[in-house]
Write a protein that binds this ligand. Structure first.
Ligand SMILES: O=CN(O)CCNC(=O)c1cccc(Cl)c1Cl
Ligand code: NI
Length: 186
């Protein structure tokens, strides 16, 4: 199982590499990696398990974060209330943003990353709406459109596949300065 010991931190070269495409049919290893990534997210969001395993919570995880330079991301975005089903629970292989809104958005609270052991305050300006093409575990290609918080998280994960860290998008001179047409998501 994946724990924080398996998550590489900033400074590790794999975080700055462009990850390799996954080929199909999936190898047993790639299938196992995908399953373990999703299991990590679920564990990290379970108060008891996270406390026992000392896990930081995450709503997404990219394979490069466990030093696997492959284009695999796992997303587990909880529903609004405790017993609601997740907003999104999915592993995407070879995800690609194929189109996006002109409009931009950012999270009011900024972003965090399991590979970054420090707070980096500032608005991370991203596309407010995206269309993502990806393959599922059977290699079937899908197209999905996301907006709001989900779109932000998906972009954070796809950035990891391209060696981009969230703070690369923060304006160092004015971390909270944004154009007036940028949507600030609560
Ligand atoms: O790459 C994934 N992580 O580093 C997992 C930890 N970060 C988060 O869950 C997280 C927190 C806030 C905003 C965004 Cl967009 C994300 Cl993604
Ligand atoms: Ni991250």
């Amino acid at each position: 199982m994946i724990t924080m010991d398996n998550i590489i931190r900033e400074g590790h070269p794999t975080l700055r590499r462009s990850a390799d495409l996954v080929t199909f049919p999936l190898s047993a290893e790639d299938r196992k990696i995908a399953t373990e990534m999703m299991e990590f997210l679920s564990n990290s969001q379970d108060e008891k398990i996270a406390a026992q395993l000392n896990l930081r919570a995450g709503v997404g995880l990219a394979a490069p974060q466990i030093d696997v330079s492959k284009r695999i991301v796992a997303l587990l975005i909880p529903g609004e209330y405790e017993d609601d089903p997740p907003e999104l629970a999915k592993v995407m292989f070879n995800p690609k943003i194929v189109s996006h809104s002109i409009e931009s958005a950012c999270l009011k609270g900024g972003e965090g990353c399991l590979s970054v052991d420090r707070e980096v305050p500032g608005f991370v300006v991203r596309h407010s709406r995206i269309t993502v093409s990806y393959q599922d575990a059977e290699g079937v290609t899908h197209k999905a459109r996301y907006k709001g918080y989900i779109a932000i998280v998906v972009q954070h994960e796809i950035d990891h596949l391209n060696g981009v860290m969230f703070y690369d998008h923060i304006n160092e001179q004015a971390p909270f300065a944004v154009e007036d047409d940028v949507i600030i998501i609560e």
